[in-house]
Design a protein around this ligand. Structure first.
Ligand code: GTP
Ligand code: MG
Length: 229
């Protein structure tokens, strides 16, 4: 389903070339140091895993191209944000224009789970969709090939946690064993596509109302545009 291209930084765009629609979506991967964010991306995009740990400095990028269906190409611009950024001043810059996110914790270190809510608060306070709603975010319980510790040992409690904290879902993942990597990404893209459709439909409706207003047929309701008249 996919072909890989490295890099490229841009805001979200949607173009239509011939019959094919192309979407570009910016996605963030955040969470504590050493939880496996870079490994998740390496597995997802480059299809390999390394046990060597080299902390990411600042931010790193990768681009994943999905041939989603016959008519749709999706480019995911993945922003791999260093755990050492820890909700600092730079995250506002990094989060700008993102339309989806993963928060990653390490199932073997419950301390990394305790910080999840801080990352989520940081995210929700610094980036929103154009309609003001929070961007969809999926929680990744990574390193599930190893022995788990804490709340993640109880899936029902995790379900509750995820609901209460406004996540779009959660997955146990292993970048090492390639468990649930594609599934988690697909779940996030589905949410993003849904939001994109809703937002485009809302824009279309607003345009219709404006058109009616400007041609004298109509409606007083609807979204007002910034214009001189
Ligand atoms: P920062 O860049 O410092 O924020 O860390 P990171 O979240 O990018 O972590 P990284 O992907 O570099 O992984 C940290 C360590 O965990 C590395 O030694 C990886 O090999 C290991 N690791 C990552 N994912 C898994 C996994 O699914 N299972 C196991 N067993 N080890 C993993
Ligand atoms: Mg990293």
């Amino acid at each position: 389903m996919n072909e890989i291209v490295k890099n490229g930084i841009n805001g979200p765009i949607m173009t239509s070339s011939g019959d094919k629609r192309e979407h570009l979506y910016k996605i963030l991967i955040i969470g504590e140091l050493g939880t496996g964010k870079t490994s998740f991306i390496k597995r997802y995009v480059h299809k390999f895993f390394s046990q060597n740990y080299r902390a990411t400095i600042g931010v790193d990028f990768a681009l994943k191209v999905l041939h989603w269906d016959q008519n749709t190409i999706i480019r995911l611009q993945l922003w791999d944000i260093a755990g050492q950024e820890r909700f600092g001043n730079m995250t506002r810059v990094y989060y700008k224009d993102a339309v989806g996110a993963f928060i990653v914790f390490d199932v073997t270190r419950s301390g990394t789970f305790e910080c999840v809510s801080k990352w989520k608060e940081d995210l929700d306070s610094k980036v929103q969709l154009p309609d003001g709603s929070p961007i969809p975010c999926i929680l990744l319980a990574n390193k599930c090939d190893q022995e788990k510790q804490g709340l993640v040992t109880n899936p029902e409690k995790m379900d509750e946690y995820v609901k209460e904290n406004g996540f779009a879902g959660w997955f146990e993942t292993s970048a090492k064993e390639n468990i649930n990597i594609d599934e988690a990404a697909r779940a996030l893209v589905n949410k993003i596509l849904l939001n994109d459709k809703l937002i485009s439909a809302a824009d279309l409706d607003a345009d219709k109302i404006d058109l009616q207003g400007s041609s004298g047929y109509g409606g007083s309701g609807g979204k007002k545009r910034d214009c001189a008249c």
